[in-house]
Design a protein. Structure first.
Length: 189
């Protein structure tokens, strides 16, 4: 059983095995995959997916990101704003929100201010699931990323990630990109 009483979700490798038909003791054909697994050996894929599954408490990275964003926004946020903040498509966010709602971790209701948009709200069960997952997640982040970095390195990486996220968001939204298209930079001058 997953945290918060929802159904347990399979690990990433189990999902990959089921989706592409790779048997755990059978042949591994990376040509059947399109993601990271295409470029890894079977053992490397197993190791990588175990790392991805570590500390997740039966939630995907997308689940965790949505719960963290809602928590950081005081517990609720319009879905349109949430979609602009997460690194996924609107369709994937809808699937993630459906899964979180089925588990009782979030609720979505029509926005009272205009009656059109939806607002996602973190439930007490969702807050509990996030609390349980955050302990392990924070330990992994500290151990494998932050502990070996000086504060100024952390700042530089944070600033770089901000720039990369902004760049990705511009492309996802189809806006003009001054980094990729010098003409759009000249137009904005």
């Amino acid at each position: 059983m997953a945290v918060g009483g929802g159904p347990a979700s399979p690990g990433v490798l189990t999902t990959l095995i089921r989706v592409v038909g790779i048997e755990s003791d059978g042949d591994y054909d990376p040509a059947e995959l399109v993601g990271t697994g295409r470029y890894l050996t079977k053992q490397e894929l197993y190791t990588w997916t175990r790392f991805l599954d570590a500390g997740r408490h039966q939630m995907t990275h997308s689940d965790y990101e949505v719960l963290v964003r809602l928590d950081g926004a005081g517990g609720s946020m319009r879905m349109t704003l949430l979609a602009s903040l997460v690194v996924s498509s609107a369709q994937k966010l809808t699937h993630t929100a459906n899964r979180l709602e089925e588990r009782g971790w979030i609720e979505r209701v029509r926005d009272e201010s205009d009656g059109r948009g939806l607002t996602a709200t973190l439930t007490p069960a969702g807050r509990s699931a996030l609390t349980d997952a955050a302990v392990g997640n924070a330990a992994l982040i500290k151990r494998f990323l932050l502990d070996d970095m000086a504060p100024e390195d952390q700042t530089r990486i944070g600033e770089t990630m901000d720039r990369l996220a902004t760049h990705m968001r511009i492309h996802r939204e189809g806006g003009p990109c001054s980094q990729c298209d010098p003409c759009s930079a000249a137009d904005s001058v």
